[in-house]
Design a protein around this ligand. Structure first.
Ligand code: PEP
Ligand code: MG
Length: 325
């Protein structure tokens, strides 16, 4: 299979009927990055910066963070890397950091909530990213935003750090893009306030599905009962895709959903054209894309979502389609 997928590497990622699908890696370690050459992916759609923090024995210092980001950018070269700001706290506890026991860590003091309340940590990371970019373009993604003000506040922190660099006569990124993760359901009802503030959007399917269904993503006993591409979830995803299109900003799916064929098909069917996944999934998804006539599936899924046709599940519909291939 490896040789088979390797042969697809240099083929443009376009469906049979001409829709370009951008395939990207989820990553977090510099060691993963050379795999971009093997898979032929267009870049890194999600770089989980907390991994460096989780494998360290103490809080990585500014220069250590900067070195890691610079190395990641150097290996990626012309291919873009989307650096997600620290998503620690909750279940991603750092052994060397004091934290309070929480009843519900996934819904607790984590991620950008922690970043905004502990601005030292956030500022240092942003400074490290700006320095690592050293005048090149930079993309930063903000996780676990629940209300628009958390995103705009993060933007202010970034702006302050840019002003600081400028005063010091250091290079600032030639182009800086700030994106927001949609993974907390409340944002679905604030897209018209949120999206005008953002340069791009990323859906985190792992958390979005967990919170939409109130079922722990790490607990198969409950999570297995709710299909991530069930009607309500797919409608929510479509809502974000449509809104991103209205505001003319790129949207990427960066949760694990995009790396599974049937699920990827559902995502493309609702208009998602940028999919970020574990590197091992690129080959199989690329093969799916190359053999795909997307328009008829978009019509069928669109109709099913609108009518909520009785007894039709999207999964069954897509399964049938794949078997006919
Ligand atoms: C997600 O929630 O889907 C996501 C991409 O982030 P993480 O899995 O790191 O929470
Ligand atoms: Mg998440």
């Amino acid at each position: 299979r490896r040789a088979h997928y390797a042969a697809l590497r240099d083929k443009p990622s376009v469906t049979r009927d001409g829709t370009h699908i951008t395939l990207l890696h989820n990553s977090g370690l510099v060691a993963d990055l050379p795999m971009l050459d093997d898979t032929g992916a267009a870049g890194v759609g999600l770089f989980r910066t907390e991994l460096q923090f989780m494998i360290a024995s103490k809080l990585p210092r500014l220069h250590e963070q900067q070195e890691l980001y610079a190395e990641a950018m150097a290996i990626a070269g012309e291919r873009p890397v989307v650096f997600r700001l620290l998503d620690i706290g909750g279940d991603k506890v750092l052994p060397y950091q004091r934290s309070m026991a929480e009843e519900n860590p996934a819904m607790g003091f984590r991620s950008i909530r922690l970043g905004l309340e502990r601005p030292g940590l956030l500022r240092t990371q942003i400074r490290a990213l700006l320095l690592a970019a050293d005048g090149r373009p930079l993309k930063i993604l903000v996780p676990m935003v629940t209300e628009t003000f958390e995103f705009t506040q993060t933007k202010l922190v970034v702006q302050k750090e840019i002003d600081r660099l400028r005063r010091q006569g250091k290079a600032i990124p030639s182009r800086l893009e700030l994106g927001v993760m949609v993974e907390v359901p409340s944002l679905l009802f604030e897209l018209d306030q949120l999206l005008p503030e953002a340069d791009f959007v990323s859906i985190g399917s792992n958390d979005l599905v967990q919170f939409l269904t109130a079922s722990d993503r790490a607990n198969p006993r409950v999570a297995k009962n709710y299909d991530p591409i069930g009607m309500p979830r797919l409608r929510a995803i479509r809502m974000v895709v449509d809104a991103a299109r209205r505001y003319n900003i790129p949207i990427t799916m960066c949760g694990e959903l995009a790396g599974k064929p049937l699920e990827a098909l559902a995502l493309m069917a609702v208009g998602m054209t940028r999919l970020s996944m574990g590197p091992a999934s690129i080959g199989p998804i690329k093969e799916l894309v190359l053999n795909l006539d997307l328009k008829p599936i978009q019509m069928a899924v669109g109709a099913a979502l609108s009518d909520g046709a009785d007894g039709v599940t999207i999964r069954a519909l897509l399964q049938e389609w794949i078997e006919k291939q």
